[in-house]
Structure formats: C-alpha cells, structure tokens
Design a protein around this ligand. Structure first.
Ligand code: ADP
Ligand code: MG
Length: 324
C-alpha cells in the first residue's frame, strides 16, 4: 500500500463543517463571525511519550485527546485538526486501530480531520488542532488574582501511578493497574468543562507535565503565588480509594508525588474569584465533570504546600521537563 492509498483508506473522511478537507494542497476553514481561532500542536514520540507496542486504538485516542485538552484549557470549541504522521512501515492492523481510536474521539467532539502529512520514519504523531472561541473570551494563564480560589478537575496522579507500575517501580493489583493504565493511555480531555468556564474562571491550563510545574506557568504569567492544601490533592488519585477497598496500602510519599507532580493527567487547573463559587459549581454540573477546590491564589510569589496538620510542607516534587 502506497502513501496516497494509505491516506485515502485510513485518514480521509467526508467533510462536514470545513470548506475543504483532505486532498488538496491546503484545507479551508471558514471561521464564524465574531469568533477567534484557537490553535495548538502536540507531538507524541515513541519511546518518549509512549512505550513501543502501545495499543494502537488508545494511541490514536491519546494523540487527539492531548490536543483537545489544550483547546479545553482555553475554553475553545473543537473544529478540526491536521495529522502529521511518521510511520516505520505500513502495518495495516496498526493503522486500522490507530485511525479507529483517533476518529472515534474526533467524532465524539465534532472535530474533523482536514489534512496532514505522511512520511516514513520512526513512529511520531503530531496533531495540530483548531478550535473557536468568542473573540476576547479565551481562558488564559495570565488572569489569576490574589484571593482567587484554585481548582482542579477530575482525578490526578493515576496516569503517573500506572507509569511507575509499568516501569516496575511499584506493584498494582491487576484491576487497579487496568484502571490507572486507562488514565495514562486514554485520557479524557475536559472540553465541555473548559467551555463552561468561559466568563467564570480567571485563568486556566491543562495539567500535562504535573500539577505543581504546570501551575507554576499560571503563577508566573499572572504575577502571583499560591497555597495548595495537600490533604485535598492526595485524595484526587482514584487508585487510593481502590487501594483501600482492596485492603492495599500506598506510601503517602508516592501518592503526593503522583498527584502533585505526576503528569499525563490532562485535567484542567483553573482559578476563579471566591464570588464565583456557585458559577464554578454550575459549570462542573453542566459539563458533568467533578471539580475540587485545592487551594488559593496569594499575592506573595511562589508555591506553598500545606500538610495534613496544617503545617508547611517542603516542595520537593519535580514535574516533567524534557530537557531538565
Ligand atoms: P503535499 O504534497 O501538498 O504536501 P501530500 O501529498 O503530503 O500533500 O498530501 C496529500 C493530501 O493528503 C493533502 O491534502 C494532505 O493534507 C493529506 N494528508 C496527508 N497525510 C495525511 C494524514 N496523515 N492525515 C490526513 N490527511 C493527510
Ligand atoms: Mg506533504
């Protein structure tokens, strides 16, 4: 199978909202009046972002999910995406699974595949996603103010726990490993929550490299500091409840490491004025996405962690950095 047959077979769909999709030199999008385009790219490299041999369907899902997560963080509605793919060989079983996982998530969010590039090379998947947001309403990293509440959506740390288990650093019961692995390999982008938070959240981003490291981006962009209650964050790892029900026991330090600096969660971390608590709860309900208040924004720069007895905790948790 050649390059163009491969594109036609696995990556060409009828165009719906786009003006022009796969097949010409450019795709064409017509932004609606009064809307801004939100654009983001994310690359997944084999051996770096995922293990060789990762299930193709889940990889297709994750490649788009991490991009949709960026749109969610800006409060944008997904429109379309392009796919740049380097493949070592034409493996039809792999392509079938990959495109099925990719396009199922795309369909779930009404996000069309409108173009891309396909080359031979080490497995590498780069997606650029396009969304739309009413002009001036995108959620930014720079809007947090002293006194704001600090929130995170969903659960934190299970993806990292799965990674620790897959690397042989910890052992998980089979059911727990399967659940945590689902979070690592098939994350849920919080697209509906992001849009519901427009006009409510003062700042937002998605947690991809670890809560503390990512939160640092909001704090620097906004010129503020934050205080985090670790008795709240440690409860956000779904596997800890499972562990108790299974009679298991986790090291508290490992749970802090996973929840505070885990990475690959693709949850939203955001801030909102105290006066908007009811609006945050309404956004969570409207998007059927749990949200937890984990701390507050302060005028003094830096991040302060509060422990179980209300005492300050040393900040020794490093988030992921490709070049650190
Ligand atoms: P060009 O030579 O102009 O770069 P290509 O020959 O690479 O175009 O691609 C032909 C068409 O197929 C283009 O419309 C391109 O956007 C699309 N395309 C290529 N690879 C992919 C892919 N992996 N997924 C979706 N569309 C693709
Ligand atoms: Mg090309």
């Amino acid at each position: 199978m050649g390059e163009f047959d491969l594109i036609a077979r696995y990556f060409t769909r009828p165009v719906r909202r786009a003006v022009l999709g796969v097949g010409d030199d450019c795709a064409l999008l017509a932004p609606a009046p009064g809307m801004q385009l939100a654009v983001s790219s994310d690359m997944l490299v084999e051996g770096r972002h995922f293990f060789a041999g990762t299930d193709a369907y889940r990889l297709g899902h994750k490649a788009l999910a991490v991009n949709l997560s960026d749109l969610a963080a800006c409060g944008a509605r997904p429109l379309a995406f392009t796919l740049a793919l380097a493949l070592p060989t034409v493996d039809e079983a792999w392509l079938q699974g990959f495109s099925a996982g990719l396009l199922a998530l795309a369909d779930a969010h009404g996000c069309e595949l409108i173009g891309g590039d396909t080359t031979q090379g080490p497995l590498n998947i780069c997606i650029t996603v396009f969304g739309e947001v009413p002009a001036g309403q995108a959620l930014l990293r720079s809007g947090a103010r002293a006194g704001d509440d600090l929130y995170v959506s969903g659960t934190l740390g299970d993806a990292r726990l799965a990674l620790e288990a897959l690397l042989g650093h910890t052992t998980l019961a089979p059911g727990m490993l399967a659940a945590a692995r689902q979070r690592l390999e098939a994350p849920t982008p919080r697209v509906a929550l992001g849009q519901a938070l427009r006009g409510v959240a003062s700042s937002a981003l998605d947690v991809s490299d670890g809560l503390l490291g990512d939160l640092g981006h909001i704090l620097r962009a906004s010129g503020v500091g934050a205080c985090i209650d670790t008795t709240e964050t440690i409860k956000l790892i779904a596997a800890s409840a499972y562990s108790e029900s299974a009679g298991g026991h986790f090291d508290t330090e490992l749970l802090h490491q996973c929840t505070l600096a885990g990475g690959d969660d693709y949850e939203l971390a955001f801030t909102a004025p105290v006066a908007r608590r009811a609006a945050v709860a309404a956004a969570a309900q409207a998007s059927a996405t749990p949200v937890t208040r984990i701390g507050c924004i302060e005028a003094t720069p830096g991040l302060r962690l509060i422990g179980a007895q209300g005492q300050p905790m040393p900040q020794r948790y490093a988030s992921f950095d490709h070049f650190a």
